[in-house]
Design a protein around this ligand. Structure first.
Ligand code: WTA
Length: 652
């Protein structure tokens, strides 16, 4: 009888891609030998490693103590004082970087704007003064609800400059979500825009803010950027246009020094159920983590054009559009709109036009590109790219291969980066000049990250045995708490093992010590006493030529405990039907084993996803168990009609 407390793993992936010699030669970490040396040192003395990285930032006063760890509460660089915006902007104004492009932005309609570091500095200072003039003070919470325009980054940096705590709300979220976040954070100001462009239309951001503000009372000021020129209602005394707010203020805003542990931002992330969690990050440690990871993992060069396609509303946008890359003095490319507007080749057009050298995107986007067809990629010259990255979900090996060949031309290393809103910065990742990659794994821990996989008793599991992914030592960019709910912080992340951070993901390590994420622990299936992660069944399905995307969930089964139901979307040109069902079941049987064969395969046009592109398996599980009714929070769902049509059985 199988041990039903262990997560089993059956997927074998043995393709391996060592870094190209030419890439390795010029890389900061040019070999596995060097990685191992530095990694071992960093684990023997993490404080020394992080302190060396922190000292490359701009501190107004150096810290007295690197770490105070009173589990589960960490303080990093205690006694140190800095201004995060100074490290990201002012720091680069001496020398040639002053005139280097900090932001290259393209709007969805096609206009291009660039800001040099000097220009960015001026805008950040002006807007910081405008915030002050509108009554925003140190420690105040400020909601940022903006389209993907340079002002979104400017607003974040301006908050940081005056010590206000930003909470960015993704521009695709509803009035209800804004309201919840204002209530939870007690925010006093909102920075928004009249609208943003998306798929040729206008997203009416200000109207959503207005609706949210009918239900909350703490907001004193709303600053509104004019972007789309759609009509908006301005409330006298409360609402101010951005251009008016900055019209008469000085461009001189000295960077005040704040404690290293001064809160930098709160970012809400959905829990599996219930209300969103306000993940709180602070200043010195967060910046150190995002700075160091950006530098080593993207191996940033002075002439890179770095493009992270995330929205600033997600942690990836915070850490790897704004704080990490800017602290490194990088040129960042920012794009406002949809990847398939006006045509599905927009991303590749952007890469070609701006000569992007680094592309960091999500598996969900990669699977969409595959579905849309190679002809959209083939039209463009992608030879400027030298490094690719992914984040957000396990990447199915076949999607990885496509990314490698089609986008990377076989020459670009892929960094598959595992991390979370809570971790603040990348935790598991290849280093592009050192780590041989394998499709589907985030490989090895970053420096200073003590990652492991534990069983129920807290013992480390053996090679290829599944268990729970944990981090055993504190790291500087870790969340400090859940805003206003210390109890939930302790219970969610530190309740399972004493003094050890529980990530909530199931994982295994292979014979090379590489970490494979098998899915969220909440999503684990239990079939005849075998605990199976979702990722492997899904990747097995995606490895069939007809499949674009798949989601596997369990449904009650009298005999097996749970049976496997797979929801599958097909690539263009394939027809759903009983024959393909049989083929796919047999295919999974062959790739993983009979145990993982789906009992039911449902073909569907689309899968329910969060706004950041993660498949919401919880909803699918509810659809195929019992009544099919949906309970719990669905506000983060991208498109409810997908769920409705699945409930109605329209897929079958
Ligand atoms: C998943 C995104 C496999 C994982 C930065 C994690 C991944 C959750 C990867 C956090 C990856 C993220 N491989 N799974 N490379 N990256 N995940 O908070 O389940 O939006 O716990 O942060 O995404 O999602 P979040």
């Amino acid at each position: 009888m199988a041990d039903s407390t262990k997560i089993e793993s059956h997927l074998n992936e043995d393709r391996k891609f060592p870094p190209a010699e030419a890439f390795a030669k010029q890389a900061r970490i040019p070999s596995m030998k060097r990685y191992k040396e530095l990694y071992d040192q960093s684990i023997a003395d993490p404080e020394a490693f992080w302190a060396a990285e922190a000292s490359e930032l701009h501190w107004q006063k150096k810290w007295d103590t690197v770490l105070e760890w009173d589990a589960p509460f960490a303080k990093w660089f205690v006694g140190g004082k800095l201004n995060v915006s100074e490290s990201c902007v002012d720091h680069h104004l001496q020398g040639a970087r002053k005139d280097k492009k900090a932001i290259i932005w393209e709007g969805e309609p096609g206009e291009v704007r660039t800001l040099t570091y000097q220009e960015l500095h001026k805008e950040v200072c002006r807007f910081a003064n405008a915030l002050k003039a509108n009554g925003v003070k140190v420690g105040d919470r400020v909601i940022i609800y903006m389209p993907m325009v340079p002002e979104a980054a400017i607003a974040m940096l301006a908050c940081a400059r005056i010590g206000a705590v930003h909470s960015v709300v993704f521009g695709g979220f509803s009035a209800e979500s804004i309201k919840d976040r204002i209530e939870d954070s007690g925010a006093t100001a909102v920075i928004t825009a009249d609208g943003g462009f998306r798929r040729g239309g206008v997203v009416a951001l200000k109207a959503n803010v207005d609706e949210a503000l009918t239900k909350v009372e703490t907001i004193q000021k709303v600053i509104v950027l004019e972007r789309t020129k759609n009509e908006v209602a301005m409330v006298e005394g409360r609402d101010v246009w951005w251009h008016d707010a900055v019209a008469d203020v000085s461009t001189d805003c000295p960077a005040e020094a704040f404690d290293s542990e001064h809160p930098l931002f709160i970012l809400y992330t959905s829990g599996s159920t219930g209300k969103p969690k306000g993940i709180m990050h602070t200043s010195g440690g967060y910046l150190t983590g995002t700075y160091a990871t950006s530098k080593y993992i993207f191996d940033l060069r002075e002439d890179d054009v770095y493009w992270c396609t995330a929205d600033v509303g997600w942690i990836t946008g915070h850490s790897y559009i704004v704080y990490g890359p800017l602290a490194n003095g990088a040129s960042i490319l920012m794009y406002e709109g949809a990847p398939n507007w006006p045509e599905p080749d927009r991303f590749w057009q952007l890469v070609e036009k701006h000569r992007a050298t680094i592309l960091y995107t999500a598996p969900t986007a990669i699977r969409a590109f595959i579905k849309w067809g190679d002809e959209h990629v083939d039209k463009h010259d992608l030879s400027s790219l030298r490094l690719l990255g992914t984040v957000g979900e396990p990447i199915n090996p076949e999607a990885w291969m496509w990314y490698h060949e089609k986008i990377g031309g076989g020459r670009c290393p892929i960094v598959d980066t595992w991390w979370q809103t809570e971790t603040g910065a990348i935790m598991l990742t290849p280093l592009p000049g050192a780590t041989p990659t394998k499709p589907g794994t985030a490989t090895l821990p970053f420096f200073g990250v003590d990652a492991a996989i534990l069983d129920e008793e807290g013992n480390e599991v053996g090679p290829n045995e599944g268990g729970k992914l944990v981090i055993r030592k504190p790291w500087p960019s870790m969340l400090r708490t859940i805003y206003g709910d210390e109890g939930r912080y302790k219970e969610t992340y530190w309740g399972e093992y004493e003094g050890i951070y529980l990530a909530g993901d199931g994982a295994r390590r292979d014979e090379d010590g590489y970490f494979w994420i098998v899915g969220r622990l909440d999503d684990v299936l239990n079939v005849s006493g075998h605990r199976l992660g979702t990722a492997e069944i899904e990747s097995a399905l995606v490895s069939h030529e007809s499949v674009a995307e798949a989601a596997a969930v369990g449904r009650p089964d009298e005999i097996k405990g749970q049976g496997v139901v797979a929801f599958v979307t097909l690539k263009e040109g394939y027809d759903a039907g009983p024959e393909l069902r049989d083929t796919l079941r047999a295919h999974v049987g062959k790739v993983i084993g009979a145990i993982a064969k789906p009992d039911v395969i449902r073909f569907t046009e689309a899968l329910p996803k969060t706004r950041s592109g993660k498949i919401m398996r919880r909803l699918l599980k509810e659809i195929c168990s019992g009544s099919g009714a949906i309970s719990g929070d669905t506000t983060t769902l991208e498109d409810f009609s997908v769920v409705a049509s699945l409930q109605a059985g329209e897929d079958e």
